[in-house]
Ligand binder design. Structure first.
Ligand code: FUB
Length: 310
């Protein structure tokens, strides 16, 4: 029976009945998953944690991409983008998100700026979801102006990119303060002012997705709150809300303080990707991506989703 299931999954003719065992992508330590479903495959992008076992900070130079057509067998597609690809950046390949638009793939990435203090957001583009991606602007899309007293070096991180059915692209990002802006159709320029979205206890990792509930569009804005982090979300009737807080859907990690979720649908099933640090040898700066399958309630809300812990 097991062999039959494996053969079916390998052929990708049917949806797998279970997902690959967590944590994923051993022996690599990976974090900050972003997911793109395209052409019958799931592409999962993650930063690679390269810190030593007793490391005291993130060491991240590149993003990795893995793909599957059955949620069981993952292919390591290599390195689609490095922080060094952005000539204006100092390094530090923090969280990112990828979207398809105009038949091309757009990679929004957090990196540390070389000349403007703090982190910034760049945009890279490729004709393939597995890259190679190239800098689409030659400069940062978002820089940290550090002009306000409340500005911190890492408050312009963690982009999530969402293109709505009307073609409008929305970028959300931030740490401590959640920010939002429209993008022009070229995907490389802001279209209007940056707005601040008030969210109690918001820390980082915003993620915007949309689905139909009883025939109506529901937008889900999920994020990490508190520190150590837990995953919470809000829902609204548009990409700008108004937002109704819906509570916590994933618990804190015990081995790392961050989570960073991405919700997606594939072959009629719902999943959330996130990271903890359950891979042997893991820790605060040696995290591991995992995926849980779940079912939305009939009213569209997300049930509490337990992490796989070892
Ligand atoms: O991976 C570096 C940072 O840790 C990310 O930008 C945050 O979301 C947190 O996961």
């Amino acid at each position: 029976m097991k062999k039959l299931l494996l053969a079916a999954a390998l052929a990708c003719g049917v949806a797998a009945v279970h997902a690959a065992p967590n944590p994923l992508f051993a022996p690599l330590y990976t974090a900050d998953p972003a997911v793109l479903v395209d052409g019958g495959r799931v592409y999962l992008f993650a930063g690679r944690d390269e810190a030593e076992p007793e490391g005291k900070d993130y060491v991240m130079h590149e993003w990795r991409v893995f793909s599957t057509c059955d949620m069981v067998n993952w292919k390591d597609e290599g390195v689609p983008l490095k922080a060094a690809t952005f000539g204006w950046a100092k390094g530090r390949a923090w969280a990112s998100d990828v979207v398809k638009r105009h038949g091309r793939y757009w990679f929004y990435s957090t990196v540390e700026h070389a000349t403007v203090p703090g982190f910034a957001i760049g945009v890279a583009v490729s004709d393939s979801p597995t890259g190679p991606f190239v800098d689409a602007r030659g400069s940062a899309l978002i820089t940290n102006d550090m002009t306000k007293q409340t500005d911190i070096a890492w408050d312009d991180i963690d982009p999530t990119i969402f293109v709505d059915d009307d073609g409008q692209a929305w970028l959300y990002w931030g740490n401590t303060v959640l920010k939002a802006a429209k993008l022009k159709a070229n995907m490389t320029e802001l279209d209007g002012p940056i707005t601040v979205v008030p969210v109690a206890n918001f820390v980082e990792a915003p993620y915007l997705h949309k689905r139909k509930v009883r025939g109506k569009n529901v937008y889900y804005l999920s994020y990490s709150q508190h520190f150590p982090e837990e995953t919470a979300y809000m829902t609204g009737p548009s990409p700008t809300g108004p937002w109704t807080p819906q509570g916590v859907v994933m618990e804190r990690n015990t081995k790392t303080k961050t989570i960073h979720q991405a919700f997606f649908e594939f072959n009629g099933k719902s999943y959330v990707a996130y990271h903890n640090a359950e891979l042997p040898g893991g820790g605060e700066f040696r995290r591991s991506v995992a995926i849980e399958e779940f079912s939305y309630r009939t009213d569209g809300t997300i049930p509490f989703i337990h992490q796989t812990k070892t």
